[in-house]
Design a protein around this ligand. Structure first.
Ligand code: PLP
Length: 490
């Protein structure tokens, strides 16, 4: 396979063709078997990982055995994130054209950090950002950035808001979010210099939405103590229960108080593509900045998030930098220069994977898929809520719902144990993978429908498996408690 010249790292055209064909065959087989793979592979793999530690290979080896190990042993030992039964966390699936785009990007290895090095390729990325802007009903002044994920998107939003509203003196700045915030906001706030004692987590209402009155009060209180409120990070679709904060009311408050309103739409923002679902996200287009996660709601493989900033100059001011050796663009207002809008200089070509998927399928198909995922979630939630023993705590606001087990006389800790066991048993059946979350001491099972591969039959399997295991568990817990009443109970 390798060249006879010991200093050569080039492969021959025949070798490239043969390797490519081998990989394609394996990928076709892998994708074709996704609906038969267990929804969660066996991830108890400490011994496997120990056995895999190896010294630096001094000489090269054939690719075939490496691919055998990858496809047969290592890839299966993982959550089946691209499969139709992945209803855990926030799914996406991973559209295949993105894999082609990555293959092309890596093979052609063009430099997209500065406009001048690959103007037409950077234009594709600018097109993608503009499409995201249009879908989110943001104005022309918007500029954006493709990132590695939602976490880096909100990090850059916090830096923008901090630079705009606090200037160099950042210690008194206060950021507000809700108790249901994704932990990445608090984590990246710290990276951006906003320490945990300057982050306020506002309580939520019975639907897990931020209480705007409590927010207003916290802002007043901090001002009264000489601090400088500067930013609210609300959520359009929380990771725990899928709640959409009252974005419109928060936008009003931010406008009145001169605060930067960031909306974390990592899970929920792409539902704004669907005209009929826009009322669920009312106020989203008024945000000063917005996190989107194409690797969730646009079904792209992991590795692509996005940030939109309504006043694009705030994004540029936060990141603009020059170096004597770098070429500029002819007109920075007309031509997008990625390294002037984000922290990366040399970077992967994120734009192509998103651009190719949108071009291949067209926006109409994405809208139809998103609307279908929501309809499936609404259907599943209604059927699961009707199962005796289920308490539906969070019906779907978008395509995620959360519930727990209950029975007459149940204690909270028993319900938590039973709900934990439910997730495990349903997942062990192999057809769907569920995960849970703890909210105020209450453990909830959650179902999130957002993989493009999740269709009606898999939702039916989910409902059947949840119903069967619920019946067994509720009977079991009700019986053991009847036989062993807790001390003091009669
Ligand atoms: C997934 C998620 C994030 C974090 O995004 P990553 O892409 O995982 O970095 C932030 N907020 C919400 C609501 C999410 O669902």
């Amino acid at each position: 396979m390798l060249d006879a010249d010991p200093a050569s790292l080039e492969l021959s055209p025949d070798t490239i063709r043969a390797l490519g064909a081998d990989v394609i065959d394996r990928i076709v087989a892998h994708l074709g078997s996704l609906d038969r793979q267990p929804a969660r592979g066996d991830v108890h793999a400490e011994a496997l990982c120990r056995s895999m530690r190896e010294p630096v290979p001094e000489r090269g080896t054939d690719v075939g055995p490496l691919l055998d190990a990858l496809f047969n042993e290592w890839i299966p030992r993982s959550f089946t994130t691209p499969g139709p039964g992945y209803l855990a966390y926030i799914p996406g699936g991973g559209l295949f054209p993105a894999a082609l785009a990555d293959f092309i990007s890596a093979s052609t290895n063009r430099y997209t950090g500065v406009w001048m090095a690959a103007p037409a390729l950077v234009q594709l990325e600018a097109n993608v950002l503009d499409w995201l802007r249009v879908w989110m009903s943001f104005p022309d002044t918007t500029r954006g950035l493709l990132t590695t994920g939602g976490s880096m998107a909100v990090f850059n939003a916090i830096v923008c808001a901090r630079e705009r509203l606090l200037g160099p003196d950042i210690r008194d700045g206060v950021l507000y979010t809700s108790t249901q915030v994704h932990h990445s906001v608090v984590k990246t706030a710290r990276l951006a210099g906003i320490l945990p004692d300057r982050v306020r987590t506002i309580p939520v209402d019975g639907d897990f939405r931020m209480k705007v009155e409590a927010l207003a009060e916290a802002v007043r209180d901090d001002r009264a103590h000489g601090l400088r409120p500067f930013m609210v990070a609300s959520t359009a679709g929380t990771t725990n229960t899928g709640a959409v904060d009252p974005l419109d009311a928060i936008a009003d408050l931010c406008a009145a108080e001169g605060l930067w309103h960031h909306v974390d739409g990592a899970y929920g923002a792409f539902f704004h593509m669907c005209e009929e679902l826009r009322p669920l996200l009312r106020g989203l287009p008024r945000a000063d900045s917005l996190t989107l996660d194409p690797h969730k709601g646009l079904f792209i493989p992991y590795g692509t998030g996005a940030l939109l900033v309504r006043d694009g100059s705030a994004l540029r001011d936060a990141h603009a930098a020059t170096a004597g050796y770098l070429p500029g663009t002819p007109d920075p207002d007309e031509f997008y220069d990625p390294s002037q809008y984000g922290p990366d200089l040399s970077r992967g070509f994120q734009g192509l994977r998103v651009w190719l998927c949108i071009k291949v399928f067209g926006a109409a198909r994405f809208r139809a898929a998103l609307a279908e995922k929501r309809a499936l979630a609404v259907d599943a939630a209604a059927r699961i809520a009707a199962v005796p023993g289920i308490a539906m705590v969070a019906p779907p606001q978008l395509s995620l719902f959360a519930f727990h087990l209950t029975w007459p006389g149940a204690a909270r800790e028993d319900e938590n144990a039973a709900t934990t066991e439910l997730i495990e048993r349903v997942t062990a059946r192999g057809r769907v993978m569920l995960t849970g979350c703890t909210v105020d001491g209450r453990f909830l099972a959650r179902v999130c429908v957002l993989s493009f591969r999740t269709r009606q039959p898999r939702i039916d399997a989910c409902v059947d498996d949840v119903a069967a295991e619920t019946a067994a568990l509720v009977a079991y817990f009700a019986t053991i408690r009847a036989a062993n009443p807790p001390p003091g109970a009669r």
